[in-house]
Design a protein around this ligand. Structure first.
Ligand code: SF4
Length: 397
């Protein structure tokens, strides 16, 4: 397996078209970088059939790439970098490029969307993924570490299914530490360990996760995702000051006074933070069984932006947060093939690694049968609509 080349005016194949694979946030960064270098991309390529044009550039499907195998193809995705590269290699595309040099350019931040600005600030995640590309290595762009089922907001459409918890609890972090240690023993790199809930600051011991893993050389960055409603205690604030840590504040425009207070505290404590406004979410629907065919499950999975949201919940690593919580809620059957169970103490390293590879390579989940499939390219719903009571559902067992 060959490595990609970093795209630059010295490395690209002159007179061949330039195609950006990935019509989303990294695709936006690639577009702006190319323009700054004096190039205009000929096409985008994207799996979603719903997007025909992006930033004024035509979007072609992966099948149409068959006519452009000699093109300069820039892989504009961190989450799906390995998957896209494998697909292109199997097609016989030979001029594959990454964005590492492009991301070193000084981009005009005011021209970037909110999300692209956030990715640009976190560009090291992409660079880490590229630098670790090898089939022998177990690399994760992101692992989401759930520290609480409890949330301070009551969002009707939470894609992680918090609205279904009748008696949500904080996760016993000490109890599941050996399981996460076993997971970490198997992997070579986690570009981002993302700590989330529910609302992570509901769990007063969440700072322990940072304390335990901050010095791991396998974890490149730690981020904490908060809805901005809670000012954490002194002990947590001290843990957030660590060098690798950054707090992402989601602003749903329903608690802006609290967010202002939180930012003031973060500024006082010199906690690195990033504020992102959300007006809309993608609808993933309820937890009812949808009886999809195998082809439909694959289709839903392949268009879903959560499909690489590897999630550690109660000692197990799942492929996506939605399925993790659907199983935790018993809203779907316990499907053994869909997660790696690190609570099982007697596994060998060889077995764990094989199971992790299988999880990385799967092309659908049984959980997709209980999900509407959040897709960036379909119509969105207003973010964070509040309800007063949890939504009722019938646990399967
Ligand atoms: S269950 Fe499937 S479709 Fe739903 S969020 Fe997870 S990967 Fe996406």
């Amino acid at each position: 397996m060959s490595h990609t080349i970093s795209f630059s005016s010295q490395t690209y194949i002159k007179d061949n078209p330039i195609i950006i694979y990935g019509a989303s946030v990294y695709g936006e960064l690639a577009y702006i970088s190319l323009r700054q270098m004096g190039f205009v991309p000929d096409f985008y390529c994207d799996k979603s059939k719903k997007r025909k044009e992006y930033l004024g550039t035509k979007v072609i499907s992966p099948e149409e790439l068959d006519c452009f195998k000699e093109s300069n193809i820039i892989i504009a995705s961190a989450d799906f970098f390995g998957e896209i590269k494998k697909e292109l290699e199997e097609k016989g595309c030979s001029n594959l490029f990454d964005m590492t040099e492009m991301l070193k350019l000084e981009l005009p931040k005011e021209q970037l969307s909110n999300r692209a600005r956030e990715m640009y600030d976190n560009k090291q995640n992409y660079i880490n993924i590229v630098q670790n590309q090898s089939e022998d290595r177990l690399v994760f762009n992101r692992i989401q570490y759930v520290v609480s089922e409890r949330c301070s907001l009551k969002c009707k459409d939470c894609s992680h299914l918090m609205q279904y918890y009748q008696k949500p609890e904080d996760i016993d972090l000490y109890g599941y530490k050996p399981a996460f240690d076993r997971l970490l023993d198997q992997v070579d790199c986690i570009a981002e360990l993302r700590i989330l809930g529910g609302e992570p600051f509901m769990n007063k011991t969440m700072g322990q996760v940072i304390h335990w893993y901050h010095d791991s050389n396998k974890i490149q960055n730690i981020s904490v995702y908060t809805n901005g409603t809670i000012i954490p205690c002194e002990e947590i604030l001290m843990s957030l000051q660590k060098e690798k840590v950054k707090v992402h504040i989601s602003n749903y425009k329903i608690n802006e006074d609290k967010i202002k207070k939180l930012i003031k505290v973060f500024d006082e404590y010199q906690v690195r933070h990033f504020l992102r406004d959300y007006d809309s979410w993608q609808d993933a629907g309820g937890v009812e069984f949808r009886n999809y065919s195998l082809e439909q499950k694959k289709e839903v999975f392949s268009s879903c932006f959560e499909r690489n949201g590897f999630t550690f919940l109660k000692g197990r690593l799942y492929r996506c947060p939605r399925e993790a919580h659907a199983m935790n809620l018993k809203a779907m059957p316990d499907v053994r093939e869909d997660y790696v169970d690190f609570m099982y103490e007697n596994g060998t390293s060889k077995e764990w690694k094989q199971q992790l590879k299988n999880l990385q390579n799967c092309s659908w989940l049984e959980g997709c049968n209980y999900c509407g499939g959040p897709d960036n390219h379909v119509q969105s719903i207003p973010a964070a609509r509040q309800i007063s009571q949890p939504i009722e559902y019938k646990p399967l067992y």
